[in-house]
Write a protein that binds this ligand. Structure first.
Ligand SMILES: [Zn+2]
Length: 497
């Protein structure tokens, strides 16, 4: 019995009820597994061995006859329990670490874009990190670590993807969050020690800095290790004098202690290998090569085996739009960081806020010699909203007005230079020009930054204002949604591969 005949017979019998995702079809345990959808939802169909399908939660639909054999047909829900059973049968549905392979993260805030992301990675030699959300994003979208991971894996199943993929618990600040993400099955952990970074050092007097420094009990040891030491990187000398060492130590030392603690926890708690990233990308000032050397040397001295390091690079890295700054200057500074990462590691340099940074991608790939990881998230959300602007102008206008009303509040946690006065009055724009708003930096950032409010806002009765309508529209126009997101992510990947 061939795979194709199963789909044919199923489709004939249920043609008015379900549409099949043909690429999802897999064979295992004497049964066939594939995904279908109706106009409301998606399901897993299991045809064959009822001992196997009986373990899945769902409903029996009936029976099919194929080559005089009677096969049971079960419609199973896309829930966590069923996914776990499916992973046991098809182990490639478990995420795995990327190690030092060049990699790219596609944060999916809605949890429905993975099939589009997989399409974008086709024929590209870049390791996909398909599940990637930060603790902050989860708080804003009302999703959990488990949901994020499960939805990405269902997306893999839908497309029939059997390749490797990663799952990044991004910007984690607390050990309890790490522990939850390990329990869910994540394979990459990005520690954000920013609560312990002294970010206001430039406002302190020399005396204040000395006072803080003198309170650091390890300072004598650190001076023995680094004071008056010179490192040559790319032909340039980087020297720790008393002042630069003091400033770097008071800025980062406590943060590094937190990282060491998190790493120790993961090493004990997580069975099997994992990718470990440290992100210090959200400081108000760029990470200097000297500070980079200190961070790496300290982490290695204290036994932290990390694969990725996210620095704060020079220039302006705003959300959802291209790099603002001098690309040549960035390239010059980056070349020192890349040499440090290669010679002191090797480890990958990680680029956060990577959405739409088209002008720096070629440089980033070249200077790092493919030792890179890139994170995007907002850009997939924006491409989803573009579909709404195109297909459901009424819904888009409502979202747009709501976003304008929430912008001042929501921008507080972002560094952006959005000017709302440059955004055209949305009620005066003809329908077919609405999608163009997603090409204009100001309106792009408006929708980028307010995503949490848009997705969680409720009316007085406690019903979501937009969330269900957004999902409904994207479900209805799924092909357009997939096409938009995949071609946009491909634009990113083409510049990197
Ligand atoms: Zn970041």
């Amino acid at each position: 019995m061939s795979k194709e005949s199963i789909l044919q017979i199923f489709s004939e019998k249920y043609k008015n009820k379900y549409r099949v995702y043909p690429d999802s079809l897999k064979e295992g345990k004497n049964s066939f597994f594939f995904m279908v959808r109706n106009d409301k939802s998606k399901y897993l169909i299991i045809v064959g061995n009822s001992d196997i399908s009986g373990k899945f939660e769902g409903e029996f639909l009936g029976k099919l006859t194929l080559n005089k054999k009677t096969l049971s047909v079960k419609m199973a829900y896309l829930n966590h329990r069923n996914l776990s059973l499916l992973q046991e049968i098809f182990p490639y549905l478990y995420p795995s670490p990327a190690g030092l392979k060049k990699s790219f993260g596609t944060g999916d805030r809605l949890g429905i874009a993975t099939p589009a992301h997989i399409q974008a990675f086709k024929d590209k030699d870049i390791f996909p990190v398909l599940a990637q959300q930060s603790a902050r994003e989860n708080a804003r979208t009302g999703r959990t670590w488990q949901q994020v991971l499960d939805e990405a894996i269902w997306g893999c199943f839908e497309t029939g993807y059997e390749g490797k993929f990663g799952a990044d618990a991004d910007h984690v600040k607390k050990i309890e969050d790490l522990s939850k993400a390990v329990d869910c099955g994540y394979t990459m952990f990005t520690i954000d020690p920013s609560d312990f970074v002294k970010d206001d050092i430039q406002q302190l007097s020399e005396r204040e800095k000395d006072e803080i420094y003198n309170r650091i009990s390890e300072k004598d040891k650190l001076e023995k290790l680094y004071l008056d030491k010179t490192y040559t990187v790319g032909g340039k000398k980087f020297h720790f004098d008393a002042r630069s060492l003091r400033d770097i130590v008071i800025t980062y030392f406590k943060a590094l202690q937190h990282v060491v603690k998190c790493y120790g926890f993961l090493k004990d708690y997580k069975k099997g290998g994992f990718d470990f990233e440290i992100s210090i990308d959200e400081t108000s000032f760029a990470t200097s090569p000297l500070a980079h050397i200190f961070i790496t040397e300290e982490l290695h001295r204290r036994g932290v085996n990390f694969q990725n390091l996210a620095l704060r690079f020079i220039g302006d890295w705003q959300k959802g739009i291209d790099y603002i700054g001098n690309v040549d200057e960035f390239a010059g500074e980056l070349s020192y960081h890349a040499i440090i990462a290669k010679n002191f590691g090797p480890y990958k340099l990680s680029l956060h806020s990577g959405s739409d940074k088209f002008s720096v991608y070629p440089t980033f790939a070249e200077k790092t010699q493919d030792l890179f990881h890139i994170k995007t998230a907002g850009t997939s959300w924006l491409e989803a909203v573009r579909v709404i602007a195109e297909k459901d102008p009424y819904l888009y206008r409502q979202i747009h007005h709501f976003a304008l009303g929430n912008f001042e509040k929501d921008r507080a946690s972002y560094h952006v230079t959005t000017d709302l006065s440059r955004i055209p009055e949305v009620d005066r724009l003809p329908d077919d020009e609405l999608k163009g708003l997603l090409d204009q930096p100001d309106s792009r950032q408006l929708i980028h930054i307010t995503y949490g409010s848009i997705l969680t806002a409720k009316d007085k009765k406690g019903n979501f204002l937009f969330r269900n309508q957004i999902y409904k529209a994207l479900f209805k126009y799924e092909d357009d949604h997939y096409k938009n997101v995949s071609s946009h992510i491909k634009k990113h990947l083409n510049l990197l591969a």
